[in-house]
Write a protein that binds this ligand. Sequence first.
Ligand code: 5GP
Length: 188
Amino acid sequence: MASKASLYVISGPSGVGKGTVCKALLAREKSLAYSVSATTRSRRPGEIDGVHYYFLSKEEFLRRVEAGEFLEWATVYDNYYGTLRPFVLEQLEHGRDVILEIDTNGALQVKKLMPDAKLVFLEPPSEQELLHRLVGRETESPEEIAKRQQCLAYEMSQKEYYDYAVVNDEVERAVDEIRQIIARRRSE
Ligand code: 5GP
């Protein structure tokens, strides 16, 4: 009998490359469903509503919190981010494995609610490398970078609560390691 569908949470500090790794993972593992999060942060150039995020006003986000629409939600760098519960549950019910790309607080909320979820902590080869990437991607202002830098030590300390730690030294290698985690789980 096929084993039941699993929820995988890819998390880790800001700038570690969660987005890049998830994109490459989804390109390789077509059967995975990616959960598009909701956020109150403003849209960056090139981002599409409903593809990268559902961009919501604070009022609308809080209305959905009240309505119980989020599996988890957290305040990250002064904005709200959340995972929409119906999408995740529907995919799992239909036997599809789901990937969440969320911050460390959200990841631990998911683990509490769904202990079978597999938490993958994506870590940088070094903190210096991570700061270099944060500055290099040019998507945040210097103030935002400073904020993210302040959170780094806390985010790194969360690693111990995860099921797996994967070093993002090279995207394809990190993706292969996550694919092995998925393959092992599927064969259980
Ligand atoms: P960014 O604004 O750079 O896209 O994301 C900022 C942080 O929010 C990242 O660490 C990202 O993983 C996290 N994030 C994105 N979506 C969610 C979500 O639905 N829930 C939580 N808790 N964090 C999220």
